[in-house]
Ligand binder design. Structure first.
Ligand code: MGD
Ligand code: MGD
Ligand code: SF4
Ligand code: MO
Length: 894
């Protein structure tokens, strides 16, 4: 067996180390790297399923111009010519790059260098604008630099961990497991602040289901409370900070009385008091925050409201203490380091004259950008008004992920030239591209990434790039050369780019800037290849990196002091109204990554949530006539969607939750970005993706259909359809209101293909029809139609596709639409790693009386690999177990 390659996971910002072993025949074994400091061997469900995403069939293999396969020279010439022509006629600000936290640092660096140093515009922005921009702005206001002061180890040491707007259990699962272990071992107190009760709440001692958008009010109240209770670290505040008084006055302005602010935040007074008391008594406290904080029109203020409380208590930069912004994408941090945001220049330098001069000289730049460029939402607006005429999108899918996605699609459609670099054959954005460039991706790309705790790790290739896919850095350098900048982009490989990037960070730095890789400027290709994970700053005097900053001050404002920032509560940009009475909250599910271009390839990951959905509180559902498993149309001022309804009392009444993952590539009317408000935080430019006023309306289809096939289905017209990758098949769920007179020909039309045998069952009066197609005894397609949403279980149908030949019982089962005889249906998947379904778990609980999560793990293995499903197993246990019956009311169990 080949030796394992050490690399990192391409998904979330935890940045787990991964060991990949080539098993031959295109098979790979993927395991957690026991030596990587981010995960010590653990992986979550997404990381564990990485080997399922590696097939060459799922890759974009050749460059395309106007939809036609072409050679690299033609494609690169076209991009360079279009950009040159626009720049010549309209100036450098008429072109733009829209890039991504999923690029390697090296590609990110050259893209930024090309735009800001050689094209002469700062119109390069990144999808991190939708993700981390508020954290960046908040860090810079407070610290004078975009620095994450602490690290993951702080979660092990903390007495209390507060999670604000973070569903850590699903979005940073390995960190969540680490916190859960810390809690088990020494009782860490966990507090979750989130309008929804998420899976993360399973380890919470306290959950404050605040009214959406009231975080500033809550943390201002905390600041005033801590001050009133004598928790000020006078020495730290006096020596290392400024503006405490102003921030405190602002905190008092809205009224610091707990009862009033608890009412404003929509939670109980006792709950707020308990939270404040926990913060007050915990010397070691970490506040983890994520998109519930950042994706808000007051995202930056939310960040500073949190940081203010850590500065007041001096609980920052010491073991077990500090604000911890967890990043989303694998290289969100790397992007910030190179300057991928339009309002930063490079290497954590901005557009002040001193920085511009430093970067200009270091790059020997012929056309240095001297002012910030357009931020993501503005960039697409600038296409609408004709200011931007050529756009290059790299490693992001803005037609799905930007707010007001209909308008973004219009911009892509009217933009005179659009190039897209991606690794998959198709996504919603590529449909608008004039030129499509096939890039390498996880498995074949080579570079570095930086995770949430400033840890730089190598991402190493372990397979040859399929087709003609090329490294992103190379594609960018090739275009740069064609634009006349060959010498400045003559990099032989990623090691050389990294060394230059490190060189810029160190250039005339002398401790004046936080981002300093002076200890890494001498890396040659072999030492780059051998680079071990290291946390920046990495100084030439201390090449081991740096675990924490700011414990003894040393902030990066010119006076070395941190700033308290006076913040005031403001309402979200668009208020609720009679026409749009509900808050649309959007986010993630456990087993999918963003627009599903890669996780969508894994049959295992597809089983957890099989359809686009809206989660609605049962009270709201009753008011709008919605039922569990039915459908609802959602409408906002900006767009519409049609989704499956899930009743869920973990929603705050008045708020609904919709995942961001589904696109036009795999569904109809399920792109939630079409509805999301394009309003942004005035400071950070980050969209308010967690608060859009919407209305709900019940939708009643006349028919429901399930099509399970080995080959692609031609869906045709339907109000609702969605397709997922199943085991040995593809599964399409449909529903519609159209009248269909002949279901048999409807089914045959959609399946196509050459089948030797056709089985059918029709009950026209009952509206139920079932068809199966076979080829040489093997099931190739099965279609089930019903007037109700009572279609067969997906797990049972997929099992039929795993059978070598269908016996009479199996054929009868297909026509009956359910397991014939006594075959057991495992039900919807809960544990993706070991394929354990909900019915397996229910049976273990009720029949075998296995009554704890650990015991279930021993019996069924469920929850014992990545642990991502442990909270769901607990919820199933809670639901199945009979309530405790007490003999006398006095013995009631709490
Ligand atoms: N499985 C999975 N994991 C991922 C990703 C993925 O696509 N799938 N994406 C990665 C990326 S890029 C990112 S950025 C991270 C995101 O990670 P998270 O930020 O943890 O995830 P989200 O689901 O976007 O939102 C977090 C929570 O914010 C809450 N929220 C909404 N409004 C408010 C509010 O006003 N106040 C507070 N306090 N909370 C609020 C929501 O209810 C939600 O539970 O996840 C990363 N990890
Ligand atoms: N409503 C709402 N919208 C949101 C959010 C939300 O919470 N709510 N969250 C926002 C956040 S935090 C984020 S980070 C964004 C994410 O949104 P996107 O960035 O649009 O999502 P992805 O699906 O990750 O897109 C990445 C693309 O890059 C491709 N790719 C993967 N690897 C490579 C590579 O190495 N090179 C190249 N060239 N391409 C590659 C993938 O195939 C895919 O098409 O969504 C944002 N949008
Ligand atoms: S927590 Fe999961 S998705 Fe995130 S880096 Fe680790 S394995 Fe990958
Ligand atoms: Mo993100």
């Amino acid at each position: 067996m080949a030796e394992a390659v050490h690399t990192t996971c391409p998904y979330c910002g935890v940045g787990c180390g991964v060991l990949v072993t080539d098993l031959g025949d295109g098979d790979y074994q993927v395991k957690g790297d026991p030596d990587h400091p981010a995960n010590f061997g653990r992986l979550c469900s997404k990381g564990s399923a990485l080997a399922e995403t590696l097939s060459d069939q799922s890759r974009l293999l050749y460059p395309e111009v106007n939809g036609e396969h072409t050679d690299w020279d033609t494609a690169l010439d076209r991009v360079a010519d279009e950009f040159k022509a626009v720049i010549q006629e309209h100036g450098p600000d008429a072109v733009a790059f829209y890039v991504s936290g999923q690029l390697m640092t090296e590609a990110y660096y050259v893209a930024n260098k090309l735009m800001k140093g050689f094209i002469g515009s700062a119109n390069i922005d990144t999808n991190s604008r939708l993700c981390m921009a508020s954290s960046v702005a908040g860090h810079k206001r407070a610290f004078g630099s975009d620095t994450v002061p602490g690290n993951y180890e702080d979660l092990d040491h903390a007495d209390t961990v507060v999670l604000v707007g973070s569903n850590l259990a699903w979005c940073h699962p390995v960190l969540y497991q680490r916190l859960a272990l810390a809690k088990k071992e020494h009782g860490t107190h966990v507090i979750v602040i989130d309008p929804r009760r998420t899976a993360t709440c399973d380890i919470a001692d306290q959950h404050l289901a605040i009214k959406p958008g009231t975080d500033v009010r809550l943390f201002n109240g905390l600041l005033a409370h801590l001050d009133g209770r004598g928790c000020v670290d006078d020495d730290f505040v006096q020596r290392h900070t400024k503006d405490f008084g102003i921030a405190l006055d602002a905190a008092h302005l809205g009224g610091a009385e707990i009862a009033t602010l608890a009412r404003d935040c929509g939670v109980g007074t006792a709950d707020v008091s308990a939270f404040y008391a926990a913060f007050e008594r915990s010397e070691k406290i970490v506040t983890v925050y994520s998109q519930g904080v950042n994706q808000s029109s007051q995202g930056t203020d939310k960040v500073n409201a949190i940081i203010n409380c850590h500065l007041l208590t001096g609980r920052i930069g010491k073991p077990g203490c500090g604000p911890l912004s967890v990043t989303g994408q694998p290289n969100a941090m790397g992007g910030r380091e190179v300057g991928g945001l339009a309002n930063t220049l490079a290497a954590h330098m901005d557009f002040d004259p001193v920085s511009v001069d430093i970067v200009e000289r270091f790059w020997d730049a012929p056309a240095i950008a001297r002012a910030p460029g357009l931020k993501a939402v503005e960039m697409f607006e600038a296409i609408h008004d004709g200011r931007i005429k050529a756009l290059w999108v790299m490693a992001t899918n803005p037609a799905v992920s930007l707010p007001d996605a209909n308008r973004v699609r219009e911009a892509l459609a009217i933009c005179p030239f659009v190039a897209v670099s991606d690794c998959v054959p198709t996504n919603d954005t590529m449909a608008f591209a004039d030129v499509v460039l096939p890039s390498t991706t996880w498995g074949d790309r080579d570079g570095t990434v930086t995770n949430s705790e400033r840890c730089i790790s190598r991402q190493r290739p372990f397979r040859t790039a399929p087709g003609e896919a090329r490294e992103d850095w190379r594609i960018i350098c090739d275009v740069a050369a064609r634009m006349g900048h060959g010498a400045a982009f003559a990099f032989a490989g990623p090691a050389m780019i990294f060394a230059e990037h490190a060189g810029l960070s160190a250039f005339e730095n002398d401790g004046s800037r936080d981002f300093d890789l002076s200890g890494l400027t001498q890396l040659d290709p072999s030492s780059y290849d051998a680079l071990m994970p290291v946390q920046w700053p990495v100084l030439s005097s201390d090449a081991d990196g740096c675990a924490r900053l700011f414990g003894a001050g040393g902030f990066f404002h010119v006076d070395g002091r941190a700033r308290f920032v006076a913040v005031h509560h403001k309402s979200p940009t668009h208020d609720l109204s009679a026409a749009y009475p509900l808050v649309l909250n959007t986010g993630r599910v456990r087993d999918q990554w963003h627009t599903m271009t890669r996780t969508g390839l894994s049959p295992r990951l597809a089983q957890h949530r099989t359809e686009p959905f809206v989660e609605v509180h049962p009270g709201d559902a009753a008011a709008y006539g919605l039922t569990d498993g039915g459908f609802a149309t959602l409408t906002s001022r900006w767009g519409e969607a049609l989704l499956r309804v899930r009743l869920d009392d973990s929603q705050r009444p008045g708020s609904i939750f919709v995942p961001i993952h589904w696109s036009d590539t795999n569904s109809a009317n399920a792109v939630i970005g079409r509805l999301v408000s394009p309003s942004t935080d005035a400071l950070s430019g980050q969209p308010e993706s967690k608060f859009t006023p919407v209305r709900l309306c019940a939708f009643h289809p006349k028919w429901h259909a399930l099509l399970v096939t080995r080959e692609d289905v031609d869906v045709g017209e339907a109000d609702y359809w969605t397709t997922i990758t199943g085991t040995a098949c593809s599964i399409t769920t449909m529903a519609g209101t159209g009248e269909i007179s002949d279901w048999e020909s409807w089914a045959r039309q959609r399946l196509g293909g050459h089948n030797s045998e056709w089985l059918s069952f029709c009950d026209p009066s009952g509206g139920r029809h079932r068809f199966a197609a076979l080829r040489d005894g093997l099931l190739t397609a099965a279609v089930f139609i019903s007037p109700r949403a009572d279609l067969p279980s997906l797990d049972w149908v997929q099992t039929q596709f795993g059978l070598d030949a269908l016996d009479d019982l199996a054929r009868a089962g297909l026509l009956a639409g359910r397991a014939a005889g006594d075959a057991f249906d495992p039900g919807p998947m809960v544990c993706s790693c070991f394929s354990v379904g909900i019915n397996d778990l229910r049976r273990a609980i009720t029949q075998d009386q296995i009554l704890t999560v650990d015991a279930i793990g021993e019996a069924l293995k469920a929850g014992t690999n990545c642990g991502s499903c442990r909270s769901e197993i607990q919820a199933i246990l809670d639901a199945e177990l009979p309530p405790v019956i007490c003999d006398s009311p006095h013995q009631a169990v709490a």
